[in-house]
Design a protein around this ligand. Structure first.
Ligand SMILES: [Zn+2]
Length: 50
């Protein structure tokens, strides 16, 4: 895994400073943050906040 496109998806509610990487795509694929969840723009994997 050599890709590091860490700014791949930026939408209206994304907080870029707190991005977490996608467990499906691996490091280098960061998940966009929404008010109640994180979503990977690459594979669509979603993790809900607690
Ligand atoms: Zn992903």
């Amino acid at each position: 895994m050599t890709e590091n496109k860490y700014i791949k998806v930026v939408d209206d509610n994304t907080v870029t400073r707190k991005m977490k990487s996608c467990p499906e795509c691996g490091p280098g694929y960061f998940m966009g943050e929404h008010k109640d969840r994180f979503t990977c723009g690459h594979c669509g994997h979603t993790e809900f906040k607690k």
